[in-house]
Ligand binder design. Structure first.
Ligand code: HEC
Ligand code: HEC
Ligand code: HEC
Ligand code: HEC
Length: 168
C-alpha cells in the first residue's frame, strides 16, 4: 500500500527518484508524463528525461497558468485512469461504496468543501486526502462523506459506522 511513503501530489517526482524499488518497471519518459510537473503540464508529454525535470504535481499542472490559457486543464482521470489507482486497478473495484446512481466524483470525496466563505463552505480542500467523519468529531471540520449535498441528513454515528464498515 502507498501508506508507507510521504505521498501526495507534491511528492510525485520524489517517489521515482528516492527509494524506488522497480515495482512498476524501469523509470523512463513515460513515467514522467504523470509524475513530473513539467511533463504533465506540457500535455502529459512523454518526451522529458529525468535530468530535465524537478517538479512534482503543483498548481499549474491542474490549473491554467498565466500565458497558457489555451492549455486544457487536467482532470483526475488523466493520470489516475478510470478509477482511483492507475498501478493497481484491481483495487478500484471496491473503492467507491456509493451506488452508481449517486454519480459521486473523485473531488466530492477527496477535495471536500472545507473553506468557509461568505455564504457557507465554498473552498475545496487541496490536500487530496480524505477527511473522515472522525475528524468532524475531533476537530469540528466538515468531512468528506457529508459533503456537497451527500449524506448531509445523517448523524455522525451513522457516518463513522459506514466509513469503518467500508474502508477499514
Ligand atoms: C498529472 C497527473 C495527476 C493528476 C491530474 C491527478 N493526480 Fe492524483 N496522483 C498522481 C500521482 C503521480 C500520484 C502519486 C504521488 C506519489 O505518491 O508519488 C497521485 C496521488 C494521489 C492521491 C494519493 C496521495 C494523496 O495526496 O492522498 C490522491 C488521493 C489523488 N492523487 C487524488 C487525485 C484527485 C482527486 C485528482 C483530481 C482532482 C488527481 N489526483 C489528479 C497524479 C495525478
Ligand atoms: C490535482 C489537481 C489540482 C492541483 C494540483 C491544484 N488544484 Fe486547485 N482545484 C482543483 C480542483 C479539482 C478544484 C475544484 C473544482 C473546480 O473548480 O473545477 C480546484 C479549485 C481551486 C480554486 C478555486 C476555489 C476552490 O477551492 O474551489 C483555487 C483558488 C485553487 N484551486 C488554487 C490552487 C492552488 C493555488 C494550487 C497549488 C497550491 C492548486 N489549486 C493545486 C484541482 C487542483
Ligand atoms: C498514467 C499516469 C501514470 C504513469 C504513466 C505512471 N504513473 Fe506512477 N502513479 C500514478 C498514480 C495516479 C499514482 C497513485 C497511486 C496509483 O494510482 O496507483 C502513482 C503512484 C506511483 C508510485 C508511488 C505509490 C505506489 O503505488 O508505489 C510509484 C513509485 C510510481 N507511481 C512509479 C511509477 C513508474 C516507475 C512509472 C513508469 C514505469 C509510473 N509510475 C508511471 C500515475 C502514473
Ligand atoms: C466515496 C468517496 C470516494 C470517492 C468517490 C473516491 N475516493 Fe479515493 N479514497 C476514498 C477513501 C475514504 C480513501 C482512504 C481509504 C483508506 O484510508 O483506507 C481513498 C483513498 C484513495 C487513494 C489512496 C490514498 C493513499 O494515500 O493511500 C487514491 C490514490 C484515491 N483514493 C484516488 C481516487 C480517485 C482518483 C478517485 C476518482 C476516480 C477517487 N479516489 C474517488 C474515498 C473516495
Amino acid at each position: 500500500m502507498p501508506g508507507d511513503r510521504g505521498g501526495g501530489h507534491a511528492d510525485s517526482l520524489h517517489s521515482l527518484t528516492v527509494g524506488y524499488d522497480g515495482r512498476y518497471g524501469a523509470i523512463g519518459p513515460g513515467c514522467l508524463s504523470c509524475h513530473a510537473g513539467e511533463a504533465a503540464a506540457d500535455g502529459l508529454s512523454d518526451e522529458y528525461s529525468l535530468d530535465e525535470v524537478r517538479l512534482g504535481i503543483g498548481c499549474a499542472v491542474c490549473h491554467h497558468a498565466h500565458g497558457a490559457l489555451d492549455r486544457p486543464r487536467l482532470v483526475c482521470s488523466d493520470c489516475h485512469g478510470e478509477g482511483a489507482f492507475y498501478h493497481r486497478p484491481e483495487d478500484n473495484i471496491r473503492h467507491i461504496p456509493c451506488p452508481d446512481g449517486a454519480a459521486v466524483k473523485c473531488v466530492n470525496c477527496h477535495m471536500p468543501l472545507t473553506g468557509r466563505n461568505v455564504g457557507g463552505y465554498t473552498l475545496h480542500s487541496h490536500s487530496a486526502g480524505i477527511v473522515p467523519p472522525a475528524d468532524t468529531r475531533r476537530f469540528g471540520v466538515p468531512n468528506s462523506c457529508a459533503n456537497g449535498g451527500c449524506h448531509q441528513d445523517k448523524d455522525l454515528d451513522w457516518l463513522e459506522g459506514a466509513y469503518q464498515a467500508h474502508y477499514r
